[in-house]
Design a protein around this ligand. Structure first.
Ligand SMILES: [Zn+2]
Length: 163
């Protein structure tokens, strides 16, 4: 039987996600990237993330992580290949666990517009070489931008600080 298609429709362009839905009921009909399920298999999730990174040269050198659901215990260090080479779009993505970007360097654009940080978000000593966008992001818990360096524009328009 052919697996069902992910139920996700992009808020950006209205396109339906082409990935197969996970078979587990907890995934609510969504794929490995979009399922708002904390228990989704981390190895499969990381594999899908790596596919996005490999696709970046064919996607205007952009890693499109928009609207992805990063499960708790996701180690943001696994994104390092994306950050050092490409623009990274986390538009409307959700970090359900801690988002630890401490001392990372974004060499391309960093777009966290409308991203949701459910737990601690740590951008202390993070370097943003190009534009950094956090407009309408939601930070639910403690958030650090201590000694972060912004070489270009930084947009924090309408950010919601939860604590
Ligand atoms: Zn999907």
């Amino acid at each position: 039987m052919k697996p069902a298609q992910c139920a996700f429709r992009s808020f950006v362009d209205g396109q339906r996600c082409q990935r197969p839905a996970l078979p587990n009921p907890e995934s609510q009909g969504y794929c490995i990237l979009h399922a708002p399920w904390d228990g989704k298999p981390m190895n499969k999730f990381q594999k899908a993330i790596e596919e996005i990174i490999q696709e970046a040269p064919n996607n205007q050198n952009t890693c499109d992580f928009s609207e992805c659901y990063f499960p708790p215990n996701y180690d943001c260090f696994n994104l390092i290949d994306a950050l050092v080479k490409f623009d990274c779009c986390f538009y409307r993505s959700t970090f359900f666990g801690e988002a630890n970007f401490t001392e990372f360097s974004f060499y391309g654009e960093a777009n966290f517009g409308k991203a949701i940080f459910s737990k601690k978000a740590d951008f202390a000593e993070t370097t943003f070489s190009k534009e950094a966008r956090f407009e309408e992001a939601i930070f639910f818990e403690e958030t650090y931008f201590t000694r972060a360096t912004f070489y270009r524009n930084a947009n924090f328009y309408n950010v919601l600080w939860g604590s």
